[in-house]
Design a protein around this ligand. Structure first.
Ligand code: NAD
Length: 470
């Protein structure tokens, strides 16, 4: 490991949740930040955090936060200048953020989480369960630009991938020989993407990690939060909707408010597959699971406004989860989306594989460009204890976001796209394995078996109807 220049921080850090991400990030935070372990609290309903008290000397409180008790739990612990790091499930990001903003407490989370039941479409209309609606609600809390810094959704994806998009655009411009001014604003990045004629951006991930013990019937297995994955997989599929798209899918709906950068489909992400490409296997299928980066990146790279701007790329997640999670999703669908009775997180028992997580820029002069992290389980374990390849891509970005927030404590509420990508990537880079780009001449029409699967639009391969598989 290269020598680390530790970031001083003499206030209190409270971490909510101690699952795969909490456990993986704590050693990284202690490595990169000068923290007094007595000033670090982990709040978690399970007894899992007791191990953190033994390993690192941090304080632990066994507690499940709810809408009714979170004030009473956090109020005595947090003063102005302290840090709240939300790494839980079923705890409202919006409620914690509002609490922190009124008390000058620094804040970071890795997704826009509602209170328990907030994703449940049996209780409310599908549009209320979208990330578009959750994001709109949380961004409405933006007030003074110099309020306490709060970074929303800063894990791997959402999070790191927003910085990878900027780096990929710069790399592509250099390789194509496209002259452009240094990008210093949102508009500059949008104009660069437009000039490069990027039509589609996939967050293209292929997780090939596996354990010796295979998935059993009635069990959901994954390399990160099972609860979190089931929740997002059952939300409506969502995507940033590009200006080149000719036809809105029949099952698509627009939102009548906000930037209108995204649409949602009236079916869950776990039932929506797309054709995509990752460097290890080449062409593959991924699930179009909703993620906030699909909305924020599409909005950030928009030239013009509203539902019909001059330019906007189509942006969405294309997730090929690990083999056992794939089987778990299949079983989940067969169970009419009723979660399996048992869950299993793959961590110390992972026997091999890697996580390829990158951004796939499509439709430009060099056809397809994937840029990202290819991290094996063995590399991840060497780089930081208590991490898999999947969790380290997340925890490195969480650590980088926390360090940046401490260095810049009065920047208000920010999304990943609004942070300086070079500084964040520099902090993350040692933990991402090879961070590299791959070009391909792949298109969704390439080698298509037209007898089985006729293309919908032969004139433009980059129409969503060509990329969509189910
Ligand atoms: P996990 O399921 O492994 O752990 C969740 C933790 O939250 C557990 O410790 C659990 O006990 C705790 N928890 C549950 N209910 C709680 C409550 N009411 N109050 C306090 N704590 C509670 O999840 P994980 O894999 O560690 O993921 C943590 C969060 O990070 C999830 O919201 C997940 O969606 C998100 N995530 C984001 C990314 C990204 O790249 N942006 C990647 C992975 C996970």
């Amino acid at each position: 490991m290269p020598a680390v220049q530790r970031q001083p921080f003499c206030a209190r850090l409270i971490i909510i949740g101690y699952g795969s991400i909490g456990r993986g990030v704590l050693p990284l935070l202690l490595r990169h930040i000068e923290l007094d372990p007595a000033q670090v609290w982990v709040i978690c309903p399970s007894g899992a955090a007791e191990q953190a008290a033994r390993d690192y000397g941090v304080q632990v409180e066994q507690q499940a936060l709810t809408a009714n008790n979170f004030h009473a739990c956090l109020e005595p612990k947090l003063r102005a200048g302290d840090f709240l790091l939300n790494l839980s499930v079923e705890v409202s990001s919006q409620a914690l953020l509002a609490f922190c903003q009124t008390r000058d407490v620094l804040y970071l989370d890795t997704c826009t989480e509602p209170w328990a039941g907030g994703y449940d479409s049996a209780e409310q209309p599908p549009q209320a369960c979208t990330n578009y609606a959750l994001r709109h609600g949380i961004l409405a809390l933006r007030g003074a630009q110099d309020s306490a810094t709060a970074i929303l959704t800063h894990g791997a994806n959402p999070g790191l991938v927003s910085h990878l998009v900027k780096q990929a655009l710069e790399n592509l411009a250099a390789d194509i020989g496209q002259q452009h001014p240094v990008c210093t604003s949102r508009e500059d990045w949008a104009r660069l993407a437009q000039a490069l004629q990027v039509k589609v951006i996939h967050i293209a991930e292929y997780d090939s990690q596996y354990a010796a013990r295979r998935k059993e019937p009635g069990e959901f297995v994954n390399t990160w939060s099972v609860e979190g994955f089931i929740a997002e997989a059952c939300q409506p599929a969502e995507l940033g909707w590009g200006s080149h798209e000719r036809a809105l899918p029949a099952d698509a709906r627009r939102h009548p408010y906000g930037s209108q950068a995204a649409i949602y489909l009236q079916r869950p992400g776990a039932a929506t597959q797309v054709r995509t490409w990752t460097p290890g296997v080449g062409p593959t299928l991924g699930f179009l699971v909703t993620h906030s980066e699909a909305i924020s990146i599409a909005e950030y790279l928009t030239v013009g406004e509203g539902a019909h701007p001059d330019y906007r790329p189509t942006v969405h997640y294309a997730y090929r989860p690990c083999d056992d999670a794939l089987l778990s999703l299949h079983e989940l669908a067969a169970r009419q989306w009723q979660p399996q009775p048992r869950q299993r997180l793959l961590d110390d028992d992972i026997a091999g594989g890697r996580d390829e997580l990158g951004v796939l820029l499509l439709g430009h002069g060099k056809t397809a460009y994937w840029y990202g992290s290819t991290l094996s389980i063995d590399q991840a374990r060497t780089l930081c204890p208590h991490n898999s390849a999947t969790s380290l891509q997340v925890t490195a970005a969480v650590m980088a976001g926390v360090v940046w927030t401490i260095r810049n404590p009065r920047r208000g509420i920010l999304e990943p796209d609004e942070l300086p990508h070079r500084e964040i990537l520099e902090l993350c880079r040692p933990y991402l394995g090879p961070l590299q780009g791959f070009y391909s001449d792949w298109t969704p029409l390439a080698q298509r078996h037209v007898g089985i699967d006729p293309p919908s639009d032969e004139e433009d391969p980059w129409q969503f109807r060509n990329l969509r598989f189910t």
